[in-house]
Design a protein around this ligand. Structure first.
Ligand code: HEM
Length: 415
């Protein structure tokens, strides 16, 4: 039995971070026409993205901080590709409050030093092996609960849970506490509007992971925490705060984004039944369907950066110390790079990369795992749920949000 004390619940156990989704990320059904209008005016414009989209400002931004939105494809590429000028220091104010000293808050030379270690755990060949061992068992376990019912809400029954369960198994977290970890993981990201619960989650996860790392150092297993607890940088263990912050980030980032991306992928395919049918007939189309889904309506619309010096971008002078709201969701629909950008088309032949996983030194560490998970999930749903289709008697899925996107339900029938 583990010697690690269980994760502690919120002081107010009735607190439900899922209810804050609309407040934090918005309820916008379609933010893209507004983004297209702004982008046509200027590729770079002054103002905070949250406020431009009608959301409450980020309470963690320092008072009086200037914000600039970067909307054009070329300008987004320039920002993400120039980490000396546009640094990740911006995240120390926001996600850094809950994650701590995570790699998202770091810049060179610290960032590559630590990222190198974490990245090893998520290399394409490593995570490909997780498909059979880890991903499929979770996918099939969840599907067993509804496969014989002829109908389901794929979000509540499936997508909301599977990527969290996969990473929690890889970390060998106690299965009976999965729901608490899930709540804590989500609460960390509401910090932009709810600092109290974001920091409570951070503190409790911090205590838990400190004990867990110590335990796995004494009693190593074959899990990811044990591997990271023994990993070395320049002959020394990873600093404890860096490792704990990575784990705090991981319990969220590995689940929340893939849950959203899978839900968007399924909504888009179910709303375009001919494209779904093409995939059913030819599974080799799945990779291009995933890339198109994350380009068309990727779950993470915005990244944050900080101007380390005064710079001119898209003809606009940005002063040193300004916050840069990098709107990847706008760049991915820039008509100058993606013809007819609002159309979801898995047969599109893109000439340009999308920024759904960002780009540059901070490009998503988990992108290969996310692709394995989405591929396995879609294959299993198509294999086990014949004639999968939207339920005509229930509301159609509505993808919502201006910061992060997701439909809250996908009612389907099958069989
Ligand atoms: C479809 C699913 C996913 C999407 C759309 C996504 C998106 C992103 C984006 C846009 C960034 C860059 C943030 C920035 O620099 O501003 C990022 C970074 C990151 N992602 Fe993901 N992610 C996904 C899945 C995952 C998974 C499965 C994991 C865990 C294994 C993960 C772990 C991370 C980490 C640790 C970083 C920080 C990397 C760094 O700063 O060097 N992500 N992700």
């Amino acid at each position: 039995m583990s010697a690690v004390s269980p994760i502690e619940e919120f002081d107010d156990p009735s607190f439900d971070p899922f209810l804050e989704d609309a407040l934090v990320f918005g309820e916008h059904l379609d933010p893209y026409p507004k983004l297209a209008g702004l982008r046509r005016e200027a590729s770079v414009l002054q103002g905070e993205y949250r406020v431009l989209m009608g959301l409450a400002p980020d309470v963690t931004s320092p008072a009086g901080a200037m914000h600039f939105c970067v909307l054009g494809y070329d300008e987004v590429a320039q920002v993400l590709g120039d980490p000396q000028t546009f640094t990740n220091h911006a995240y120390t104010y926001n996600l850094g409050i809950s994650f701590g000293r995570s790699i998202s808050t770091m810049d060179a030379p610290e960032h590559p030093r630590f990222r190198r270690i974490f990245q090893k755990a998520f290399l394409p060949q490593t995570v490909a092996a997780w498909g059979d061992e880890l991903v499929d068992p979770v996918v099939h376990e969840l599907m067993e609960a509804f496969v014989d019912r002829g109908e389901a809400d794929l979000v509540q029954a499936f997508t909301l849970h599977y990527p969290f369960r996969i990473i929690y198994r890889q970390l060998a977290l106690p299965p009976q506490d999965v729901a608490t970890f899930h709540k804590m993981a989500i609460a960390q990201t509401v910090v932009a509007v709810d600092v109290a619960h974001g920091t409570e989650a951070s503190r409790k996860l911090g205590i838990y992971f400190k004990n867990l790392v110590a335990d796995r150092r004494r009693n190593p297993g074959s899990d990811l925490v044990s591997a990271l607890a023994h990993a070395e940088v320049d002959g020394e263990h990873l600093p404890e705060d860096v490792l704990i912050s990575f784990l705090r980030q991981l319990v969220n980032a590995a689940g929340d984004t893939t849950y959203r991306a899978t839900s968007v992928l399924l909504s888009a395919l179910l709303r375009h039944p001919q494209q779904l049918e093409a995939i059913r007939q030819d599974r080799s189309l799945i990779p291009q369907a995933i890339e198109e889904a994350v380009r068309w309506d990727g779950p993470v619309l915005m990244q944050s950066r900080f101007a380390s010096k005064t710079v001119t971008l898209g003809g606009v002078e940005i002063p040193q110390g300004a916050f840069i709201d990098v709107i990847a969701g706008s760049a991915n629909r820039d008509e100058r790079k993606f013809p007819d950008p609002d159309r979801f088309d898995i047969f599109r032949k893109p000439q340009h990369r999308h920024f759904a996983f960002a780009f540059g030194p901070h490009v998503c560490i988990g992108q290969h795992l996310a692709r394995v998970e989405m591929t396995r999930a879609l294959n299993a749903l198509l294999d086990k749920l014949p004639n999968l289709r939207l339920d005509p008697d229930k509301p159609a899925p509505q993808i919502r949000g201006a910061m992060m996107r997701v439909p809250h339900s996908i009612h389907v029938k099958f069989g």
